[in-house]
Design a binder for this molecule. Structure first.
Ligand SMILES: [Zn+2]
Length: 92
């Protein structure tokens, strides 16, 4: 049996980022993407689990529901902040 240590919050935030980026992201480059993910992940509690794959997905559903509103709120802030002040030249 392979065990792994995973921060499920990362999976959830990444999934949420992908579902919101087309509507909210002013720039979807890798740099802005990871700046946004870091911003959000620093403001939400990490959720580490040691588990096998099957159990992981059950937890994922549960956490997605529990933290959905908080993640959306932080993501919108991050899109706004990093979008208006990217670490690279603005392209327009
Ligand atoms: Zn960018």
């Amino acid at each position: 049996m392979d065990y792994q240590l995973e921060n499920l919050m990362e999976n959830i935030v990444l999934e949420k980022y992908n579902s919101m980026k087309d509507e909210f992201a002013r720039c979807q480059c890798e740099q802005c993407k990871y700046d946004i993910l870091a911003f959000v992940l620093n403001r939400l509690p990490p959720k580490y689990f040691v588990t096998d794959k099957g159990a992981l997905y059950a937890k994922l559903d549960f956490l997605t529901i529990e933290f959905d509103a908080a993640i959306v709120t932080e993501l919108i802030k991050a899109f706004e902040m990093i979008g208006s002040n990217p670490r690279h030249e603005k392209s327009s």
